[in-house]
Write a protein that binds this ligand. Structure first.
Ligand code: ADP
Ligand code: MG
Length: 435
């Protein structure tokens, strides 16, 4: 059967990531990611502004990192809600020009000079959000104007406000900001535990976050967070890239490192090989460039050895976080893996060893935050009174399709019940009005 979630409008859940962003929604089959027109679920958080001010977002913008780096913005999340002083070190890494702009009565906000005019970080993030909104609207065929957006647990008020501003600029009413680790826990339905301690290990493209959450009566409290703002899959890419560049230099007698297109192509090849290595025991880095061919097989054993120091760098912050949370490792009931880089087997085993329990990896780690945001969105949209909910719950239980995962089924049922309740109420009103 079909339950129509339209009655309250589609409220989407959005993971506005440093590297990738996603939009998700929830129906009776559970939360699911909405793909873009190109079929990709992940929208790279990259924005390029053309000479005429035209905006390119996602995969095509990422391509433009090579040809127009000074007009193409990535990792803008690092600049959200920050003053120039906060991000001095970051700025060295960006090819685009950044300048402060004093606003009357407030501290300086950052402006990105992208040729035709200056843009604030929330304006750039809004372009990513607008793309996600568009993807959702194309998918549903109706307007989408409400969202739940996730933010890192450590985001301060200014960073949270900047994220809300981005939503507003994109034409989205941000019903709630949810902490990323909380969203991940929600996606796994861990709020159904009632009580417990949950660790969320998030290794993405350029950042590492570890959070310890305490759950009481279905509410998550952040006990402690830690991490490294410059640690993630990018470091692994750089490491493999360096090796490949050396190979190419000795095999072709050519220094490719000064050729930005060549480097970008090789980087792409390295990332492909790295991502495959999470599933197969050996993968080949392959490049064909200017009529020449480069091939290098990397097996898992070598890969594990190469990345060991990177994996090790995540463990210190984990230990500190556990200490700051004031809990013992054995008190941690669940460990959740988040971020594309946690697909790497070596990362999983290191985390399992440290926390002495098998982490949750059933859901796609790069989708789990967006999925949790969709769960939160559905809970918000289905806010109806408890007694009615119980009543409807009985009705719905009979009808709901077998759930994809049992852990989250209670959540789905609640939401499905709420949606059905809304529909029944709407029908009653319509009937009453018609009479
Ligand atoms: P963020 O939260 O930082 O926006 P993601 O969670 O999407 O980013 O993680 C992106 C990172 O995950 C990239 O470095 C990407 O190469 C890496 N990644 C994605 N899939 C895999 C995989 N199968 N194996 C290893 N790393 C992966
Ligand atoms: Mg992320």
């Amino acid at each position: 059967m079909e339950i129509d979630f339209n009655s309250s409008g589609h409220i989407v859940g959005i993971d506005l990531g440093t590297t990738n962003s996603l939009v998700a929604f929830m129906d009776l089959t559970g939360p699911r990611i909405i793909p873009g027109a190109d079929g990709d679920k992940l929208v790279p958080s990259v924005v390029s502004i053309g000479l005429g001010g035209e905006v390119v977002v996602g995969n095509p913008a990422r391509e433009l990192l090579i040809t127009q780096p000074e007009r193409t913005v990535y990792s803008v999340k690092r600049l959200m809600g920050r003053g120039l002083e906060d991000v001095k070190d970051e700025l060295k890494l960006f090819p685009f020009r950044v300048k402060p702009e004093s606003e009357a009565g407030s501290e300086s906000v950052i402006q990105l000079d992208l040729g035709d005019r200056n843009y604030t970080p929330p304006e750039i993030s809004a372009m990513v959000l607008r793309q996600l909104k568009q993807n959702a609207e194309d998918y549903f065929g109706v307007a989408v104007d409400k969202a739940v957006i996730t933010v890192p647990a450590y985001f301060n008020d200014a960073q949270r406000q900047a994220t809300k501003d981005a939503g507003r600029i994109a034409g989205l009413e941000v019903l709630r900001l949810v902490n990323e680790p909380t969203a991940a826990a929600l996606a796994y339905g861990l709020d159904k535990r009632e009580n417990g301690i949950v660790a969320v290990y998030d290794l993405g493209g350029g950042t590492f976050d570890i959070s310890i959450l305490k759950l009481h009566d279905g509410i998550f409290e952040v006990l402690a967070t830690n991490g490294d703002t410059h640690l993630g899959g990018d470091d692994i890419d750089n490491l493999l890239l360096r090796i490949a560049l050396e190979d190419v230099a000795s095999e072709w007698g050519e220094d490719l490192s000064q050729d930005s297109e060549g480097v970008q192509r090789l980087r792409r090849a390295v990332i492909q090989a790295k991502e495959r290595l999470s599933f197969v025991p050996a993968a080949t880095i392959e490049l064909e460039y200017h009529g020449k061919k480069y091939q290098r097989e990397i097996n898992l054993e070598l890969f594990d050895k190469l990345i060991a120091p990177i994996v090790e760098r995540t463990l210190g912050p984990c230990r500190d976080c556990i200490k700051d949370a004031g809990v013992g490792v054995d008190q941690i009931d669940e460990v959740v893996m988040v971020g594309g880089s946690t697909r790497i087997p070596r990362v999983r085993s290191a985390v399992e060893k440290l926390f002495r329990s098998k982490p949750h990896t059933e859901l796609n780690p790069d989708e789990v935050v967006a999925l949790g945001a969709a769960v939160q969105a559905a809970i918000l949209s289905g806010a109806v009174d408890d007694k009615l909910l119980q009543e409807i719950d009985r009705l719905v239980q009979k009808q709901v399709q077998p759930m994809r995962t049992t852990i989250a089924s209670a959540n789905y049922r609640r939401v499905a019940a709420a949606a059905l309740a809304r529909r029944l109420i709407a029908r009653l009103f319509a009937e009453a009005a018609g009479r």
